[in-house]
Design a protein around this ligand. Structure first.
Ligand SMILES: [Zn+2]
Length: 239
């Protein structure tokens, strides 16, 4: 199988590099199914890591297309050469060769989703535990609130779910992360957190309970008012 031609992310499929067995297990016939590589160990997330490590945007731009990202079972190896050959000329660029913890990639993924999450793109749904997210292309996604998690019907949510299914060590980091505690970091879900006033899974669970109680109280009040009206009507009829 030669995945090189089919996969857009060159960093995951360098023909002259011998990847770890775990990395090879993440590559599929259909590259759309390379969920962990595409969602967690993407070039975009790697760029964010380099920025965090004080690389300048110019250094990142010069080096990122020469990056090799090799995902092992418990960590990630990143390599950018210190020299590149351009038009037969050897050019010095900023290089790197190091192992990275999967926690770093998961944290970057969470931070990027958080910064993209826009609560103003949400609308109330049909019930108190449902919100509707508007996509950029005019589509709508259902964001469903449960006591311990939120789900979303968008493609990114499903892709992220499958990405974590492929990678047990990354899942462990997502569960251990104090912000997410296992919640899939989809931008619509974080938008819902912002919408109901939560910045972490713990705060979400609290806000969810408050929201549910408010709804139940409101429901009881309307029921009571309806009974009152019925009672008044009957009282008039029996007069
Ligand atoms: Zn979503």
């Amino acid at each position: 199988m030669n995945a090189t031609q089919r996969f857009s992310a060159k960093a995951h499929t360098r023909p002259n590099y011998n990847y770890s067995n775990f990395h090879k297990s993440l590559l599929h016939e259909n590259n759309r199914e390379d969920y962990a590589l595409r969602h967690i160990y993407s070039l975009e997330n790697t760029k964010s890591l380099l920025l965090k490590w004080k690389w300048t945007p110019e250094d990142i731009k010069a080096g990122i297309e020469y990056a090799t990202i090799d995902v092992y079972q418990h960590f990630v190896y990143l390599h950018i050469p210190a020299y590149i050959i351009k038009r037969d000329e050897k050019i010095k660029i900023r290089g790197i060769s190091r192992f990275i913890s999967k926690a770093d990639f998961v944290t970057v993924l969470i931070n990027r989703a958080w910064s993209k999450a826009d609560p103003y793109k949400l609308e109330p749904g049909d019930s108190w535990d449902e919100l509707i997210a508007k996509g950029n292309t005019g589509d709508f996604y259902e964001v469903k609130l449960y006591q311990y998690e939120i789900t979303c019907t968008c493609h990114a949510y499903r892709g992220l779910q499958k990405a974590f299914d492929q990678d047990a060590a990354a899942t462990k980091q997502l569960i251990n992360n104090p912000i997410t505690q296992g919640q899939i970091p989809d931008k619509h879900i974080f938008a819902a957190w912002k919408y109901i006033g939560a910045e972490s899974q713990r705060q979400y669970e609290y806000q969810f309970a408050e929201r549910r109680d408010r709804f139940l109280q409101e429901e009881r009040r309307t029921q009571w008012e309806n009974w009152q009206e019925d009672f008044d009507d009957e009282a008039i009829l029996t007069c």
